[in-house]
Design a protein around this ligand. Structure first.
Ligand SMILES: O=C(O)[C@H]1O[C@H](OP(=O)(O)OP(=O)(O)OC[C@H]2O[C@@H](n3ccc(=O)[nH]c3=O)[C@H](O)[C@@H]2O)[C@H](O)[C@@H](O)[C@@H]1O
Length: 459
């Protein structure tokens, strides 16, 4: 999912604009030198009063005000709003038919009917496609926000569409939409991947993290707890919750009360919120702590992705270093391994025990690390990319900025191995090879034509 803001439905947005269009003369009386001043004053007051009355009488949900003010004034919010405006309206018999058909279990007897939030996001698309491939019913939900190039999200949506997965355009904060989806389909599971991702961006737009990762999660859990039957929830937490933890490898039993970024703090808050909904309402909830997921169709805000772009363009890449030039490393995890972990988590989720908002007994509440268990320095990441791209990178070594990054991540996956059968099989070199192949094809870049500096030329 990448995801998520926003809005009331586009249909509701449309209600606002016509106020001006239907009454242009009332709002904007033409100035004319012979126009009596008293009439002008009268019409001005009348227009103002009419405008105020229409504004006050219009239903609250028709305003785009579900984006909090603080968020609306942030730099990225205009992109989010623009993207929100392009969302297709939801509802109606044809739309419901499409929703039902997409969520219908095809093969896989006793299979799941799954709502995947953030389905046009990186992990969301891969999980939705994998569930569909094995015959489960899958419905996607995504708000196509402008955090990164929405055309990549549209391309993922097109891919899912060809696979038979309908991605509903809407926001996880839209409670009415979620209620409608649960009315139309008795989902057995929700794989909740819609989120505001990215560690460093939290410095730029903090409110978007609260909006998507806290308020959005609550909105999804509210809809799930009230649904009958209650679905089991599998959702994306993050390795970043380990924050300043220095015990390695990171185990689920380690402390997670020292987040280093607001992003991490909102994911940690999500884990606590999950506890509440499990405790009060009997929702089965499994949180997955993903470790730096990469691969084809990935996120352009992540280092491996924009390093590839910058290396190909001959632009410098900044490689972060810890104190005294210490290595910065990540437990990079290939997308196919993560998808296997997500599907295994779904298959082992166990049922929710509540119905109609009432708990009937204890339900599972779980957390698993999904990592690769072999941290790789960022310098190594860059040298692998250089080899695959056949271009020398222009490297700049810079002290790791205080922007929420941590120096090192390393997953202990004992629990996931034991309980889910999770076994990552793709190393960074072969994973990046697949990523680079996809990248070159997606952006139509040919490596065969290099200029004299060794820079490759896109065709
Ligand atoms: O595992 C996670 O929990 C997180 O993984 C990634 O966060 P991160 O590991 O910081 O991934 P990148 O932004 O791709 O950074 C990878 C490495 O490159 C380093 N880096 C990043 C940017 C840069 O310009 N230079 C640089 O050396 C970072 O410090 C980090 O060590 C995702 O962006 C988060 O959404 C996710 O939750």
């Amino acid at each position: 999912m990448d995801v998520d803001d926003a809005p009331s439905t586009p249909g509701k947005w449309k209600m606002e604009k016509p106020h001006h269009r239907h009454h242009p003369r009332l709002l904007l009386p033409r100035w004319h030198h012979s126009y009596p001043v008293s009439k002008l004053v009268f019409w001005s007051f009348f227009s103002l009063a009419l405008f105020l009355a229409l504004f006050l009488l219009s239903p609250r949900s028709s305003a785009p005000a579900r984006i909090p003010e603080s968020f609306a004034s942030s730099s990225s919010s205009s992109g989010v709003r623009r993207a929100a405006l392009q969302m297709a309206p939801w509802g109606g018999p044809a739309w419901e038919k499409r929703v039902r058909s997409s969520a219908r279990v095809r093969r896989n007897p006793g299979g799941a009917s799954v709502l995947v939030t953030g389905a046009a996001g990186f992990v969301g698309m891969h999980v939705a496609a994998a569930l569909k491939r094995r015959g489960d019913g899958v419905l996607g939900l995504d708000n196509f926000n402008g955090y990164y190039d929405p055309s990549l999200k549209r391309a993922r949506q097109a891919l899912l569409d060809r696979a038979g997965v309908f991605v509903v355009e809407g926001d996880i904060n839209d409670g009415a939409l979620l209620r409608k989806l649960f009315d139309v389909v008795p989902f057995t599971h929700v794989v909740h991947l819609a989120a505001q991702a990215g560690v460093r961006h939290a410095l730029v737009d903090p409110a978007s993290y609260v909006h998507s990762n806290v308020a959005g999660l609550v909105s999804v859990l509210e809809a799930a707890k009230a649904a009958d039957p209650q679905p089991a929830i599998v959702w994306a937490s993050s390795s970043s919750v380990y924050g300043l933890n220095s015990r390695v490898p990171f185990s689920e039993a380690d402390r997670t009360d020292r987040p280093a970024s607001l992003y991490a703090a909102t994911k940690k808050a999500g884990e606590e919120i999950a506890h509440v909904y499990n405790h009060i309402y009997g929702l089965s909830i499994t949180g997955l702590r993903f470790f730096t997921v990469y691969g084809p169709w990935g996120r352009p805000d992540m280092a491996y992705f924009f390093f590839t772009r910058d290396i190909l363009r001959g632009k410098p890449v900044s490689i972060f270093e810890g104190p005294d030039h210490a290595t910065v490393a990540r437990d990079f995890t290939y997308i196919d391994d993560i998808v296997k972990g997500c599907l295994a988590a779904l298959d082992h989720a166990g049922k929710s025990t509540g119905s109609g908002g009432k708990k009937r007994g204890p339900a599972p509440l779980r957390i698993y690390n999904l990592g690769n268990t072999s941290p790789v320095p960022v310098t190594k990441l860059v040298s692998i990319l250089e080899r695959l791209l056949k271009v020398k990178a222009v490297k700049k070594f810079v002290k790791m900025p205080r922007n929420g990054d941590v120096q090192f991540t390393h997953a202990n996956i004992t629990f996931a191995q034991k309980e889910l059968g999770y076994r990552p099989t793709t190393g960074l070199h072969s994973g990046l090879k697949k990523f680079v192949r996809w990248y070159l094809e997606y952006y139509s870049i040919s490596l065969s034509k290099n200029d004299s500096t060794g820079r490759s030329i896109s065709s």
